[in-house]
Design a protein around this ligand. Structure first.
Ligand code: AMP
Ligand code: GLY
Length: 417
């Protein structure tokens, strides 16, 4: 099978890495990709948001499967454009991707499906905003209704900051009850009817150690979660994943692709914080590091509506940890164009247990330079989280990128340190 992956971050590098290890994959392409993906896939400089261009490329390449990584192409209807030319595509339709594209839509689906989530108001005027902030009290949770790459959410106890963010959103804003408790990301593969959950992971959203600093796209992740209730996946399947997929099917807009449930484990039970319509980044890096089942067949079954034929997923006993190396000034105004050194040393000394997945990188002659806010996702496996963590940080220490930053506490608590 020839596979074309759309996107160019560390999530897509993780997808490409797994696909390149799948014996059923005879050729692997990626658009636009990055410097690291270029080592396992052939790159094409096509605009990921241009559905017709992606469909044309897939046709020219003779792709038997297209996998769309990021949310923006999904919300722009790229998966629909690929399916329209008769090529199976892993990723939901434009309409179903609204589950991520609009927080108000997601709340509506959850209400209809009886899915537990935080109480919320959708506001459009300053008066409504003030009333909602007043109704919930501190800490305030204010979310831009539309896509904001994980940065449209402000959680603060400062009423002025909450109000300022709400007004700055400039359109519809969702104001929500504060959900206390650890967060879990649980992904499920679905063909619109059958739902297959993956293994839970935890992401670190704040920029700095100790969960300080601004929200980011995610600074690291680990899996499995030794502290989680063993019944968690079954519970979330029954109360969140299957009812949501069923509700979208009932509405005539089936969701086929990756359903990402961002959950808070509160004292009153599990609550959905958000849905995403694609693999999470950086959680995918650790989830796929543990998945033994070949990836291409699984994604193809989901794309073709035959997921019921997929045998039960197989997982490695290993634990996995990924640490994001971000550029100077991420997430505010990340600096790009800095050379990255030490990649060869990781490959020579830390493989196969630790490896570097590229996010915002590109080739500049013989050098690899930073090209985005999150630059690398340094991933490692081990017999437990402590060993995976040690290996990941040993590899991080070999990387030289001027002004870069990373969190030092990824999976520390979960590893019992
Ligand atoms: P989201 O983009 O909705 O995932 O929000 C980003 C982050 O903001 C989440 O991962 C949480 O850490 C935090 N957050 C979002 N909603 C809430 C909430 N209702 N209560 C507490 N924290 C939240
Ligand atoms: N890791 C958070 C996300 O992918 O949205």
């Amino acid at each position: 099978m020839k596979v074309l992956v759309i996107g160019g971050g560390a999530r897509e590098h993780a997808l490409c890495r797994s696909l390149s290890l799948d014996p059923d994959v005879t050729a692997l392409y990626c658009a636009p990709g990055n410097a690291g993906i270029g080592e396992v896939a052939e790159l094409y400089p096509v605009d990921a948001l241009d559905g017709e261009a992606v469909a044309r490329l897939a046709t020219e390449l003779g792709a038997g499967l297209v996998v769309v990584g990021p949310e923006a192409p999904l919300v722009a209807g790229v998966a629909d454009a690929v399916r329209a030319v008769g090529i199976p595509c892993f990723g939901p339709s434009r309409e179903a991707a609204e589950l991520e594209g609009s927080k108000a839509f997601a709340k509506d689906v959850m209400a209809a499906a009886g899915v537990p989530t935080g109480r919320s108001y959708v506001c459009t005027t300053p008066e409504e905003i003030d009333e909602a902030l007043d109704a919930f009290g501190a800490p305030y949770v204010v979310k831009d209704d539309g896509l904001a790459a994980g940065k449209g959410v402000v959680v603060t106890s400062d009423l002025d900051k909450a109000r300022e963010h709400a007004l700055a959103c400039g359109g519809r804003v969702v104001i929500e009850e504060f959900l206390d408790g650890p967060e879990v990301s649980l992904f499920a593969i679905t063909d619109g009817e059958t739902v297959v959950p993956l293994t839970p992971a935890q992401d670190f959203k704040r920029a700095l150690d100790g969960d300080e600093g601004p929200n980011t796209g995610g600074m690291g992740a680990y899996s499995p979660l030794p502290w989680a209730d063993p019944k968690l996946v079954d519970d979330v399947m029954a109360t969140v994943l299957q009812p949501t997929v069923d509700e979208l099917h009932r509405r005539g807009t089936p969701f086929a692709g990756l359903l990402y449930a961002g959950l808070a484990i509160t004292s009153r039970g599990v609550r959905v914080i958000e849905f995403n319509a694609r693999f999470g980044d950086p959680e995918t890096q650790v989830v796929l590091a543990r998945l033994k089942t070949p990836l291409a067949g699984l994604l193809l079954h989901a794309a073709q509506g035959t997921l019921d034929l997929e045998p039960p997923l197989r997982w490695r006993d290993d634990a996995a940890v990924t640490v994001v190396v971000a550029s100077h000034n991420y997430p505010d105004t990340p600096r790009t164009g800095d050379p990255i050194e030490g990649l060869d040393e990781v490959a020579a000394q830390d493989a196969p247990h630790a490896y570097v997945l590229h996010a915002g990188t590109k080739r500049d002659g013989d050098a690899v330079v930073s090209a985005g806010g999150r630059v690398l996702s340094v991933t490692a496996t081990g017999q437990d989280l402590a060993q995976a963590r040690e290996r990941a940080y040993r590899a991080v220490a070999r990387i030289r990128l001027d002004g870069s930053r990373h969190r030092t506490d990824i999976a520390r608590e979960a590893a019992g340190e």
